[in-house]
Design a protein around this ligand. Structure first.
Ligand code: AMP
Ligand code: MG
Length: 653
């Protein structure tokens, strides 16, 4: 965790801003034009090690399969002409030859006219015979003969040599991606290894002074390196063989040494972070010294992902992905996967798509191709795609979304109600059984946990109370959790419901002031006194909440006209308020009791807020809705909510 590499010449950095931004199409075209066509080297691989690889050449069968004429049934090898007159009431008598042909036994005796040889399924047809009769269609006649009452046609129950695969026949074509079925075919032909395109060795380097590896303790101001793991996995999923070089600090010398070695030992280098041309962002400057032709494009009209840097050094692709994990993943999948797969000789990716309606307007920046992650839910007539991104810095959006939609560079928005094509992250999207859209609360997890354990899938989408109510009115969810105070009646939630929505009581959350335990400006005071004390001290800094939050209304009531230092710091969650106070960015703020308790902060209760559910009445009878209501009413949930600091409301109504 050093910071030794602040730029010496600030001007040169400032002038280095993104002057030429290319469209994604042009960037990809230029990148591929430098890299392809190229000779792809090959390597022999044992079958089990070839799974997922592309074949380098056509594979011809070296043998016939089956290798000999073989019986398909247990029975007797015969001459079909002997049985020409056999019928139900006219049996034919055949003398048994002495040998019995089991599987794996080569026959030695000729089948002469009026004789038969016992043969097992898979046994080689003996010389002279041209058909097999099933044992069920014969009767023993003494110890050495059988009676047959059916005729047989030539070739009956015989698989002829090469009838499955003929020697010299093309088994698999070059470029075929090898899976278990292909391996079965190759094994049946006796092939133990195949020529495949040589796997692409990719060095993965994370950059940043702030990064520590998962599993290590997290020092103040540090974050876990998530790009390293994601990029390694995504490379391996797309025909590459990733080698992780760890996270390297923003130190030009150290990074340059690592990049030189990585380039020498790999076919491709993928870095993340340090591409924004800001202070300390050094990797793109190193590329210029790494090899020819160097940077192909730095700055692509993508959102997220603008700072992507594409380079080719000594004929090898070198890529710097943006640092934000979401940006890193979108640019990787959109711009790097096509190149990686081409290097590995794999066909282009074909992702599954669905059509879904967008329930809200999505604003988009003109001139940049924008990717928006969405969660899919079942609407009244078809799928609905809720934008679920939390900004390019968020890692969780990826695992909570089902896929993404793309807004064209020339569009400045996607209007509410549009039909959009959603590219799925995995082809098997399962629309959730229960959909909760509205205000988020950590207590919600305690209610839905038992549902998840019985196999019901729950999707909860945090859009705030008002957004949830709107979704409920459109019938896009089962429940909308809300906490809205009606100023006129001074009551919570009920005044906001409209026809078709029922109120289901949830729980009460105590809102109050948090401060570091022992802070004498707050200890022992009530909320009004505490805020007066804070305002009286000009060195005291607060943390506020965003406009529209229920908590914000309470803070504004306490502050009146006062605007203390920190008022404009307005995070969007209860947890962020606690983090600001815990880490010393602020001295006080307002959050809910369970959060204060979990972070061991001092807490002055102020007002109890009602967190309830607007239930879409038309969905009442759905099994998942009933399961949710049961879970909500259970003693178990009640106890869990209470021990987390909430006060269940469902009995008191
Ligand atoms: P940078 O492009 O280096 O300015 O990084 C942009 C943002 O992404 C910063 O907030 C970094 O902390 C974050 N970031 C960079 N690399 C990683 C990584 N490997 N894992 C998680 N976050 C990262
Ligand atoms: Mg960085």
């Amino acid at each position: 965790m050093t910071n030794t590499s602040l730029p010496k010449d600030r001007n040169s950095i400032d002038q280095d801003q993104f002057l030429t931004i290319l469209s994604r199409e042009e960037a990809l075209e230029r990148f591929e034009a430098v890299l392809f066509p190229r000779e792809v080297s090959t390597e022999q691989r044992k079958l089990v090690e070839a799974v997922g690889c592309a074949l380098a050449r056509d594979i011809l069968s070296p043998i016939d399969v089956p290798p000999f004429d073989r019986s398909n049934v247990d029975g007797f090898a015969v001459r079909s002409t002997d049985l020409a007159s056999a019928a139900e009431f006219a049996s034919v008598h055949l003398i048994l030859n002495e040998e019995v042909i089991a599987c794996g036994t080569a026959p030695t005796q000729l089948v002469l006219p009026d004789t038969a040889t016992p043969i097992a399924t898979g046994g080689p047809i003996p010389r002279g015979a041209d058909a097999v009769v099933m044992v069920e269609h014969t009767e023993p006649s003494g110890e050495h003969a059988i009676e047959v009452r059916r005729s047989a046609f030539p070739g009956q129950f015989v698989s002829f040599a090469g009838s499955d695969i003929a020697r010299g026949e093309a088994l698999l074509r070059a470029g075929t991606v090898i899976g278990s079925r292909e391996i079965g075919m190759l094994a049946a032909c006796g092939i133990a290894e195949v020529p495949t395109r040589r796997s692409v060795r990719v060095a993965v380097i994370s950059t940043g002074d702030e990064l520590v590896q998962p599993g290590e303790p997290l020092p103040p101001a540090a974050i876990y390196d998530s790009n390293g793991a994601i990029v390694v996995a995504a490379i391996n999923e797309n025909g590459g063989n990733a080698v992780f070089w760890g996270a390297i600090p923003d130190d030009e010398e150290k990074l340059e040494a690592a990049m030189h070695r990585a380039l020498a030992e790999s076919d491709m280098v993928v870095l993340s972070g340090g591409t924004s041309k800001g202070a300390g962002d050094v990797s793109h400057r190193i590329i210029a010294r790494l090899g020819q032709p160097g940077i192909i494009c730095h700055g692509v009209a993508l959102k997220p992902g603008k700072p992507l840097c594409l380079a080719v050094c000594n004929d090898k692709p070198v890529v710097i992905l943006p640092g934000f994990p979401t940006s890193a993943m979108f640019t990787f999948h959109d711009m790097i996967v096509p190149v990686l797969r081409r290097l590995a000789g794999l066909p282009p990716r074909s992702d599954a798509t669905v059509t879904a309606k967008v329930p809200v307007r999505i604003a988009s920046e003109l001139g940049r191709t924008e990717f928006v992650m969405v969660s899919l839910v079942e609407g009244a007539d078809g799928l609905i795609a809720y934008p679920s991104g939390k900004g390019s810095g968020a890692v969780t959006s990826f695992s909570q979304a089902d896929g993404f939609l793309r807004i064209d560079a020339l569009a400045d928005q996607m209007p509410a109600g549009s039909e959009a094509k959603v590219t799925l992250f995995t082809p098997h999207v399962r629309v959730p059984d229960l959909v909760i859209v509205g205000s988020h609360c950590t207590g919600l997890d305690l209610v839905t946990a038992p549902l998840a354990h019985t196999g019901l899938t729950v999707r909860s989408i945090a859009v705030g109370s008002l957004g949830g109510l709107a979704a409920a009115k459109r019938g896009e969810c089962d429940f909308a959790p809300i906490h809205l105070l009606d100023d006129k009646t001074e009551t919570y939630n009920a005044p906001f419901l409209s026809e078709g929505l029922d109120l289901v009581p949830g729980w009460r959350r105590m809102q109050g002031i948090v401060f570091k335990k022992g802070d004498q400006r707050f200890e022992g005071l009530n909320a009004e006194q505490a805020v007066r004390s804070a305002i009286a001290d000009p060195t005291c800094i607060m943390v506020n909440r965003n406009q529209g939050a229920g908590t914000r209304i309470l803070i504004d009531r306490l502050l009146g006209e006062a605007r203390p230092d920190g008022y404009w710091n307005q995070p969007r969650s209860h947890n962020a308020v606690a983090a600001a106070v815990t880490q010393g960015r602020a001295d006080w703020g307002m959050t809910i009791a369970p959060v204060a308790c979990a972070t061991d902060l001092g807490f002055i209760p102020f007002a109890e807020e009602h967190y309830d559910f607007a239930l879409v009445a038309a969905r009442k009878e759905r099994p998942a809705v009933r399961a949710f209501l049961d879970a909500l009413a259970s003693h178990h949930t009640r106890a869990a909510l209470e021990s987390a600091g909430f006060r269940p409301a469902f009995d008191s109504q």
